[in-house]
Design a protein around this ligand. Structure first.
Ligand SMILES: [Cu+2]
Length: 341
C-alpha cells in the first residue's frame, strides 16, 4: 500500500490533535475476519477523521455532502461478500484503532443496488440494526461504557430474513456524541459490498421505512444535538428511521434490558412460526420498555439540566475522550512509511 497524501494528512492530524479517531476497513463474518483491508469494504479519502456538521476536520465532509453515504471519495472494493439471513456481519476498525471510545449509537443500513462494486449509494437506505445502551447507569456512564459499542472494535449487525436476495451496499456507522451538545456529533462511516442469498421467502420489497444519504440526518436533529454532559441516563432519540421489521436492536434507550439483541417483529404474518405481532411494541421496540419516551431533548434543554457550556468546562468537554495515544499515531506513521517503501 502506498502512503497517499491524504493518508499522511490524516496521520499528521492524529499526531497533532491526539484524538481517538478511527475508520472501518476489515469485514467480520460471524466474528471471523474475511479478506484483508478493504477487500469488501470501500476505501475512502477521509482517513481516520470524523464527518461533522460543524467544525469538521480540515478536508473532511458534512453529513449534508454527497459522499456522506459511504464517506469521502469512496471507491468500489474488489469483492462482494455473500451472506445469508442470520449471519452476523461486522465492520472492524482499521490499524491501531482497537475499541470505540466515543459515547454514542452504532447503526447499520442497507441499500439495494444492481451492482455493489459500482453503485454510489444514492438510493434508498434501510436501517437493519441499531445499537444503543447496554448498561443501565448514571449520567457519568452515559459518557462512556453505558453504550453497547464502548470499547468494541467493530460495528456489527445481523442480516435480516426480511430482505430480498440480491446485492446491497451495507453502511456501518458509529456516531460519537461527546461533542453533540455543541452540534459537533462525529460520524464514522464505511460501506461494505454484500450479496444476500437464500431469502427466497422474503419477496421482492424491503419492509419498513427508508431514508437517503445525504438527507437522512439534519443539523437540528435531536439525535445529534443530544448532550451527554447533563443528567440524562437514557438516549431516547436514535437517529434516522426505525429499524425495519426483521432487523435487530441491541440494548435499549436506557439500558434497562442489558446487552440484549431483539428482532423487530414482522407485522402481517411474515414470520414462519405464524405468530403475529401486536400493539405498539412491534413498531417501536427501542422505546417500548423505556420510561423516557417523552419528547426528545433538544439542544436548548441542556442549560436547564445544569449542563451549560460554562459549567462543563467549555471546549474541553467536546474533545474526544480516550485519546488516541500520540505514541500510537507515531507508530502508525512509521508503519505507513515502511509500507510506502
Ligand atoms: Cu473523535
Amino acid at each position: 500500500m502506498k502512503t497517499t497524501g491524504s493518508t499522511l494528512a490524516a496521520i499528521l492530524g492524529l499526531v497533532s490533535s491526539a484524538t481517538a479517531h478511527y475508520t472501518f476497513d476489515k469485514l467480520l463474518l460471524n466474528d471471523q475476519q474475511v479478506g484483508g483491508d478493504n477487500t469488501y469494504i470501500r476505501r475512502h479519502d477521509n482517513g481516520y477523521m470524523p464527518i461533522k456538521f460543524k467544525e469538521a476536520p480540515q478536508g473532511s465532509i458534512s453529513p449534508l455532502d454527497a459522499d456522506f453515504a459511504c464517506n469521502k471519495g469512496a471507491t468500489g472494493a474488489p469483492e462482494v461478500i455473500t451472506v445469508k439471513a442470520g449471519d452476523k456481519i461486522g465492520l472492524r476498525q482499521a490499524f491501531l484503532a482497537d475499541g470505540i471510545q466515543h459515547p454514542g449509537p452504532s447503526q447499520m443500513y442497507i441499500s439495494p443496488v444492481s451492482d455493489a462494486k459500482t453503485d454510489t449509494g444514492s438510493g434508498e437506505w434501510y436501517k437493519i440494526h441499531q445499537s444503543l445502551i447496554c448498561r443501565q447507569g448514571s449520567p457519568e456512564s452515559l459518557r462512556t461504557d453505558a453504550w453497547c459499542s464502548w470499547n468494541e472494535n467493530n460495528v456489527w449487525g445481523v442480516i435480516p430474513s426480511t430482505i430480498p436476495n440480491g446485492q446491497y451496499l451495507l453502511r456501518g456507522e458509529h456516531i460519537g456524541l461527546h461533542g453533540a451538545h455543541d452540534g459537533q456529533a462525529e460520524f464514522y462511516v464505511s460501506c461494505a459490498q454484500i450479496e444476500v442469498t437464500g431469502n427466497d421467502a422474503a419477496g421482492t420489497t424491503i419492509p419498513g421505512e427508508s431514508t437517503r444519504f445525504p438527507g437522512g440526518y439534519q443539523p437540528g436533529d435531536a439525535a445529534v444535538n443530544f448532550s451527554v454532559w447533563g443528567r440524562e441516563t437514557a438516549y431516547p432519540v436514535p437517529p434516522g428511521p426505525d429499524v425495519i421489521p426483521g432487523g435487530t436492536i441491541r440494548g435499549s434507550a436506557d439500558g434497562a434490558g442489558g446487552d440484549e439483541l431483539r428482532t423487530v417483529p414482522v407485522q402481517g404474518g411474515f414470520s414462519s412460526d405464524g405468530s403475529s405481532s401486536t400493539g405498539n411494541d412491534a413498531n417501536t421496540p427501542s422505546h417500548s420498555s423505556s420510561p423516557s419516551s417523552s419528547p426528545a431533548p433538544t439542544p436548548s434543554a441542556a442549560p436547564s439540566d445544569g449542563a451549560s457550556d460554562d459549567s462543563h468546562g467549555g471546549k474541553g468537554k467536546g474533545k474526544c475522550p480516550g485519546a488516541f495515544p500520540r505514541r500510537a499515531a507515531a507508530l502508525l506513521a512509521a508503519k505507513m512509511d515502511a509500507q510506502a517503501e
